[in-house]
Design a protein around this ligand. Structure first.
Ligand code: KIV
Ligand code: ZN
Length: 562
């Protein structure tokens, strides 16, 4: 990189001696507040219309959010009307609190109270910007001026709330955000918040939410945790406040910042589904909650049908979730790499065989089934995939259980096809490759008809085989059907093939039940090869499997592969 045109100002962390948060462990979920309908909506190219806001609101309720910031009703008529609809058309369950945002400005505060008429539980969330930079370049105000704005806003909100309480049962709580908190001198942030708590007459019974936003993420997440710990420790009336965090994600560490802030003493988190929000977004509550879930902490939010939530999110925001998005992206439970596929397959086998209660599958930190994602292909095949992957997909798709020794052979066939196409191979393509290679193979020798019978304690094979289209009648005897068939083949000069291994299983149920046999033969010029036979009679399936292996060996020799 070239030297920047103008130098940047490095972040100056708070000085915190004896910090405690690094030793803390998150053991319970915070209070969650969704700001999808406000911060999230504010960041959309096309803001949500009524229908979309209602749809997303209902989904947020279904997920389990009890606090939902529904908008900025004083900011526009649309926002105002949407809030009125949510209230008047009874979309808000009794156990859900709606939150409304307003700047600490008298006219806007009054308008906000008007918009709330008829609501049961509300949080009035007001803010003003406190950072050094905003004070210098936007507001051109000294600290006293900034405190005055917050204090007057708080006073008016308390007065209007008291009036409202006198005439209705509305349950009103307060939230104050020193906006751009992370860029604010920490002692000044504490001073202004203490003043707000006093104006609002906060008490241990009537706690006020102090929301400390990382409006723009300015530094590493540990510095945010330091600020939160310092704030919690030095705020005189800590017990009268609920400490809320509201991380944005400018440096890509919003989730880490929220987690460390919880370790540092925060009680509440504001964020959005999948991290939608201004610029690089708000903190992603889905990731945060599911991170907790993988630590056996009940997040109190239900993401057990994540695809459905993703669909509603995409419909309402018109944003497309990235394929690699934690927990919800299309590819996050997919392994292409051979060694990963192998480990996942072994993990699933281990889970099945050990009947374990604990989830222990390598490369899958969460069970996809917990998110209703169990039917998606975990293993997908491209040129990076290993030999076991193709066999796994075949098993998942049509139930064929290839013997382990056969995985390299079939894996090689699939790998070649993937290399040639340069693209992912679908399960259907893998089945087709298998069928072309083993089931529909056209070879020199084809079984026309046959019978077995017992004679002098021997099994006798008698049958007709076509050799390059010419019918030949052959017989052979042995100590079992396969042995007898081999000796019949010897009689027409097919020598040097030796039986190495055999495996079979049923492939369909009911009257049309068929069996599939996998035959491994040693071939005359060294090496070994597999054949597959499918038939309703298991003996015939084996004969077909033997011929398949022989035909493949001959084809390979003719093609110079052996
Ligand atoms: O990011 C922010 O600071 C905000 C405030 C209004 C809370 O969204
Ligand atoms: Zn925000």
């Amino acid at each position: 990189m070239k030297k920047p045109k103008k130098s940047y100002i490095p972040f100056r962390p708070v000085s915190l001696s004896n910090r405690q948060w690094p030793d803390q462990v998150i053991t319970k979920a915070p209070i969650w507040c969704s700001v999808d309908l406000r911060d999230g909506n504010q960041a959309l190219v096309t803001p949500m219309q009524l229908e979309e806001k209602v749809l997303l609101f209902k989904k947020l309720v279904e997920i389990g959010f009890k606090e939902i910031e529904v908008g900025f009703p004083s900011a526009s008529e649309t926002e105002y009307e949407i809030l009125r609809t949510l209230i008047e058309e009874n979309y808000i369950p009794d156990d859900v609190t709606i939150q409304v945002l307003v700047q600490a400005r008298p006219q806007l505060i009054k308008r906000t109270f008007e918009s709330l008429c008829g609501a049961k539980n509300v949080i009035v969330h007001f803010y003003n910007s406190t950072s050094t930079l905003q004070r210098k370049v936007v507001f051109k105000e000294e600290r006293e001026g900034i405190i005055k704005i917050a204090a007057e806003g708080a006073r008016l909100i308390r007065e209007l709330s008291e009036k409202e309480r006198a005439k209705s049962e509305m349950n009103i709580r307060y939230e104050y955000s020193p906006e751009s908190f992370t860029g604010t001198e920490i002692d000044f942030a504490i001073e202004i918040c203490e003043r707000v708590l006093a104006e609002l007459e906060a008490s241990e019974d009537q706690k006020v939410i102090l929301n400390l936003p990382s409006t723009v993420e300015l530094a590493t997440p540990n510095t945010y945790a330091d600020q939160i710990e310092y704030f919690c420790h030095n705020l005189k009336d800590r017990k009268k406040a609920i400490i809320s965090v509201h991380p944005h994600n400018d440096r890509g560490t919003g989730v880490a910042a929220a987690e460390l802030a919880l370790m540092a003493g925060a009680d509440r988190v504001e964020g959005t589904l999948f991290g939608n929000g201004e610029r690089t977004g708000n903190v992603d509550i889905v990731t945060l909650a599911l991170n907790m879930y993988t630590q056996n902490i009940d997040p109190g939010l239900d993401f057990s049908n994540i695809n459905e939530i993703k669909n509603v999110y995409e419909k309402c925001t018109k944003m497309i979730l990235h394929e690699r998005h934690p927990y919800a992206g299309e590819l996050v439970f997919t392994a292409f790499s051979g060694s990963h596929q192998d480990a996942i397959r072994k993990g699933y086998e281990y889970m099945e065989n050990s009947n374990a209660d604990l989830w222990e599958v390598p490369y899958l930190p969460i069970n996809p089934a917990d998110l209703n994602r169990e039917y998606e292909p975990v293993i997908r095949i491209n040129s990076q995939s290993g030999k076991g992957g193709a066999a796994f997909v075949l098993h998942q798709t049509i139930g064929y259980d290839l013997p382990k020794q056969m995985h390299p052979e079939f894996g090689e066939i699939v790998k070649k096809a993937a290399d040639n196409s340069g693209e992912e191979l679908t399960p259907q393509r893998i089945v087709k490759l298998f069928n072309q290679e083993y089931v529909e193979i056209i070879g020199k020798y084809m079984l026309q008809n046959h019978k077995f019978y017992e004679e002098n304690h021997n099994t006798v094979f008698e049958g007709c085989i076509s050799e390059d289209g010419q019918e030949r009648y052959i017989t052979g005897r042995g100590n079992g059907p396969i042995d007898a068939f081999f000796s019949a083949l010897n009689s027409i000069g097919l020598v040097g093939f030796e039986f190495i291994s055999y495996q079979e299983h049923a492939i369909s149920k009911g009257s049309n039940a068929k069996a599939i046999s996998f035959i491994e033969l040693k071939i005359p010029d060294n090496g070994h090869i597999f054949g597959v036979g499918i038939h309703s009679n298991i003996n015939v399936a084996s004969l077909l499997g033997i011929l398949c292996a022989i035909n493949r060996a001959i084809n390979h020799k003719n093609n110079g592969k052996i």
